[in-house]
Design a protein around this ligand. Structure first.
Ligand code: GLY
Length: 365
């Protein structure tokens, strides 16, 4: 099957390529003006990275920098180590960064590329489903601070994204399932065909080489691309649409769960729980049909994602939500649905509704 190329328009256009065995496209994306390539990769990937680096070495001076696992890569000291390494190698404005890894790697690597000499080219090679459908696309980069996730960062669009589905072969099943959290989210906010596909497909058949997984990736990437082309810097959409903020459906509670659990809950799992939470909230503080709330639970649990949570108190999560980037002043903001693919912002819901929506997540409920 031929590769799928999804063009991302705007001031800095680029392509997201989806296919199998496509990392050989890197030199054509990086271009001739690049001399040095810094490969920032997830240190745990080991042998997966070697053939990609070996192929790059034939064209460029390659500086390969292994990063700590997961969110531990997204810190100021790790970014600083990368800046020092770039400085020592004489990395110039016409050189380029390639990231190989999951969302934490693309976030950190994108941030290093955005900040080095005020911005050098970066190409992302995501190796997790979550990074393919979300983190690698759209130019958000960042690191965490003690106060929360992604609080320091920059918008820096990649020069290209290579979603090589073959790289998912060695991805642990629970990581693939976590990535489906963002995919199902896209079904609710914009493309219900994703939900239909999830509901009629045997979840065990969603493997790296399946046509169904490929269609889900393509659909989710298209949802994201459509949103970021219209509202790259999250300044808001038109006609009542939340703009890029819509991608944060389920994320306000998700980020609070991740932080209060010290990131022991995977992002995609936390997003699944957060999506059920905002569906419950919309049924109380808005007009979402209870049948659609149940569709959230059914679609997410069908692929193996959690839909209950009671490992933290409402008060602790409420406090954590208040430092979310999306909060404005002391007012919490949530993306909610009025119907499938009909999102809007709910600002400042009452604490009673928040508390009741959280109580509905209890496994004892
Ligand atoms: N991950 C949400 C966004 O890219 O806006």
């Amino acid at each position: 099957m031929s590769d799928t190329v999804i063009h991302v328009g705007g001031a800095s256009p680029y392509d997201v390529v989806i296919g199998h065995g496509i990392t050989g496209r890197l030199p054509s994306i990086l271009g001739d003006s690049v001399e040095r390539v810094a490969v920032l990769y997830a240190g745990t990937l080991g042998a997966l990275v070697d053939p990609i680096v070996d192929a790059l070495v034939e064209h460029y001076d390659v500086l390969a920098l292994g990063l700590p696992e997961g969110e531990r890569a997204k810190t100021a000291p790790v970014a600083s180590d990368c800046w020092e390494a770039l400085g020592e190698s004489g990395f110039t404005r016409s050189d380029a960064v390639v990231t190989i890894g999951g969302g934490a790697t693309t976030d950190l690597g994108g941030f290093v590329a955005a900040s080095w000499l005020r911005g050098v080219r970066v190409v992302h090679v995501p190796t997790t489903l979550l990074a393919m459908v979300d983190a690698a696309v759209g130019g958000k980069t960042g690191i965490n601070t003690g106060a929360g996730k992604n609080l320091v960062g920059a918008f820096h669009e990649p020069a290209g994204v290579l979603c090589d589905l073959s790289l998912l072969e060695s991805l642990p099943r629970e990581e693939l399932v976590a990535g489906l959290g963002e995919v199902v989210k896209c079904g609710f906010i914009a493309d219900p065909a994703i939900l239909d596909l999830v509901e009629r497909t045997d979840p065990a058949a969603l493997t790296h080489d399946s046509a169904e997984l490929r269609e889900l990736v393509e659909r989710a990437v298209r949802v994201k691309v459509d949103v970021v082309v219209d509202d790259l810097k999250e300044q808001g959409g038109s006609d009542g649409h939340p703009g890029r903020e819509v991608l944060n459906y389920g994320h306000t509670l998700a980020h609070a769960i991740e932080r209060t659990s010290d990131y022991s809950v995977r992002h995609g799992e936390a997003v699944a729980i957060g999506c059920v939470f905002v569906a419950e909230l919309a049924a109380r503080a808005g007009s979402l049909d209870p049948a659609l709330v149940e569709r959230h639970r059914a679609a997410l649990s069908r692929v193996g994602l959690p839909t209950t949570y009671d490992a933290a108190s409402f008060d602790d999560l409420h406090a954590a939500m208040k430092v979310d980037k999306k909060a404005r002043g002391s007012q919490l903001r949530f993306v909610v649905l009025d119907d499938l693919a009909s999102p809007r912002i709910l600002a400042g819901p009452g604490e009673d509704d928040l508390r009741a929506a959280y109580a509905a997540l209890s496994s004892a409920g």
